[in-house]
Ligand binder design. Sequence first.
Ligand code: ZN
Length: 135
Amino acid sequence: MSRRGLLRVHRSRSARAKRAKRAPLTLVHRREHKRALKHAAMRDCGRRCVYCATGLPEHLTTLDHVFPLARGGTSNPGNLVTACARCNRLKGDMLPVEFFARYPWAGINFVRYARAVHRALKRGARRAVSLALAA
Ligand SMILES: [Zn+2]
């Protein structure tokens, strides 16, 4: 093996060791991060489902990615809202525009209650609702 190859092996092994040492902390951190995101979303969404407007205690609250992860959405706070399990299931992997076109009531509530989402998402929701109601 060349000297270069050896160096690379050595470096990657130490990187793996570092990652392994950090893993437990990262897990705890990730769980706390998720909890913090949920609490922030609950506060911003007025402790209700932003789609059907039902009031939600924490244990019945689910986090919904407005622009679904499966369609390229992120877990940024501007893409997260609180929803009941039923609406979350109903929405599935639909894009917000598809969901609001099919269920304008969800769009109307979303515009009213999803106060902290990215403004492009709100704009799209408003447009989808008015198109759905005009049809
Ligand atoms: Zn709901």
